[in-house]
Write a protein that binds this ligand. Structure first.
Ligand code: ATR
Length: 281
């Protein structure tokens, strides 16, 4: 009897990483497509990161997702990165090919795909407000900047990150506005068609909403990148005010689908992945 070849290994690299939802959705897709592949969790402590990345091929690893705290750090070990990953300054997907690592970022593109495909929101000529200017915000903003929005209004506590992000967006031909760190009621934030929370505020059940609910209006789509909870306080307030709402699970789904395509060359079955994430009955 012919010996079965070992499965191709994929996984998520992080520290910690054990609560990741990615294994569920990728393993469900491998199974549905009848592929001899497995998706695992690689919780690697910082001192072991370099040797781990140097031995991926030997371990049978063909591709990785990268999460906290390594999205920036891994860039220095990667042979080639896409222009988008370089502009964002972070990699969330590594493809291993002939012992070389290639880095991409599918976070922003995943967000945009979910926004356009599932929520039917086209950013073209729209005003968009963003809370936060960290890694997630950069990924989302860079993708949005390719979709010709009218203006992106940014709020962040740390002003230097806002200025950095505005610079990137202006270089990409997007008009921007800065809302001062102590001005969360600035009307420019709420004239938007789309309000996105990219900060970590909302992850914990006890977290407040950063914005006063009186400023939200029914014409707005309120998108919270948090996906560890179905509804954040911001989303609850927005729903109460008649806004459409979305959490970060859709973005997680699409970034995963895009990573899967990069690693395997195949489009994963969306419905199977959605079901694995609990997005479908
Ligand atoms: P990620 O990769 O998830 O974006 P990050 O790069 O650490 O993580 O960014 C976290 C974001 O949440 C930042 O915009 C941070 O604001 P500062 O740059 O001012 O620190 C924001 N954030 C975290 N806690 C916050 C809080 N209590 N209020 C407002 N913003 C907060």
């Amino acid at each position: 009897m012919a010996k079965k070849s070992p499965p191709q290994i994929f996984g998520v690299l992080g520290f910690p990483a054990k609560h990741s939802l990615s294994p569920k959705m990728h393993n469900a897709a491998f199974k549905a497509l009848g592929m001899n592949a497995r998706y695992r969790i690689f919780e690697i402590e910082p001192s072991k990161l370099k040797p781990f990345l140097a031995t991926l091929e030997k371990r049978g690893i063909h591709g990785l997702n990268v999460t906290i705290p390594y999205k920036q750090t891994v860039m220095s070990y990667i042979k080639r990165t896409t222009p988008e990953a370089r502009i964002i300054g972070a990699v969330n997907t590594i493809k291993v090919s002939r012992n070389k690592l290639y880095g991409c970022n599918t976070d922003g593109e995943g967000f945009l795909k979910h926004l356009k495909t599932d929520l039917g929101f086209d950013p073209r000529a729209k005003t968009i407000s963003i809370l936060g200017a960290g890694g997630a915000s950069r990924a989302v903003c860079v993708s949005l900047s390719n979709a010709s929005p009218k203006r992106i209004v940014i709020f962040n506590r740390d002003r230097s990150k806002t200025i950095d992000l505005m610079h990137i967006l202006n270089m990409n031909g997007v008009c921007t506005d800065l809302v001062a760190a102590n001005s969360l009621s600035d009307p420019r934030l709420f004239e938007a068609d789309l309000l996105i929370n990219t900060t970590s505020v909302g992850m914990k059940e006890s977290d407040p909403s950063l914005v006063d609910k009186r400023n939200l209006h029914p014409g707005m789509l309120v998108y919270d990148l948090v996906y560890t909870r179905k509804h954040t306080r911001l989303m609850e307030d927005a729903a109460e005010k008649g806004c459409r709402i979305a959490n970060g699970l859709g973005m997680l789904l699409y970034q995963g689908m895009l990573s899967f395509k990069i690693w395997t060359g195949r489009m994963p079955p969306k419905k199977v992945m959605e079901k694995a994430l609990g997005l479908q009955p």
